[in-house]
Design a protein around this ligand. Sequence first.
Ligand code: EPU
Length: 302
Amino acid sequence: MRVEDPKLKAQLLDLGIDVRSDASMAELTSLGIGGSTDLLRITKHESIPELISVLERHQTRHKFLGGGSNLLVGDGELPWLVLQLAKPDPEIVIEGNLARVDAAADLGRTVTFCAKHDLGGMEGLIGVPGTVGGALRMNAGAYGMQIGSYVREVKLYRAAQRSIEILRGAQISFEYRHTSFAPDDMMLAVTLELPSKPFKEILQGIRICNEKRRSSQPLGQKSAGCIFKNPPGASAGRMIDELGLKGLSVGDAKVSDRHANFFVNAGQASAKDMLTLIADVRGRVENAFDVKLEHEVVVWDA
Ligand code: EPU
């Protein structure tokens, strides 16, 4: 979708929105898949309620992009604009055991920045690509921890209320790869409360997690992390592996040889290839184990 209407262009300019035309979603996602659309970069959180009203007045659909690391986008010309937060400076402010982090901040950089201030707890998230906002929305986790455990408050744009709000405590719930945020809420910033730990000790934990990840996941390849959530008490990766599906492919979309719940783009895979592979594997797991796997990857099919 293109921003063509001169009135809309002028209104976006007034709101400080930077319009990048014909952005390739393949270049903005870790899977390297997806067609193109115009990308609207938001420089001021406070402009969001008005931006959404403007887009609605112009009957323009939109989607909100984080770091693009857990996302499968459809092929071709996309029927919606994509909004993304620009990175502010600074992205992180530390006050005692609190880290105030912008949603656009890179997750890995946040973990190491906090570590340098002797704040730990998030070692397991090292190596998880994406932004803090994306991690928050999905309640990203690994190696026995999840980001939700450290969240004190969240600043977000609440689509239903059409306003920017701050939620804390019982107003937010975090479960396994699921949160109480609505699908069209936008994460804007988070305050994390982290335990004090000496930098050297955190670094040791980071090294261990990095090593575990390197030995079990296809890190150098284009992927969106795990495709399916683990069903209660079971491992999607193990089930797919037990069916001998590592290496199964549709075009350049392929079940990783290293970890069967990672599907990689081994070249020029299309969204159609990847979706066909996902449906095929899901069907085979259901036939063999009578388990319906749920997507972990977010799909924006055109
Ligand atoms: N396994 C296999 N074959 C495979 C993959 C895994 O037999 O191809 C077995 C492993 O040997 C192990 C078990 O399955 O006994 C679990 O595997 P692993 O430890 O790799 O963990 P996982 O459950 O597959 C989860 C998260 C990962 C996270 C790791 C580490 C989900 C869906 N995945 O994977 O998160 O990095 O634990 O904590 O919860 C992601 O969310 O995108 C993601 C990659």
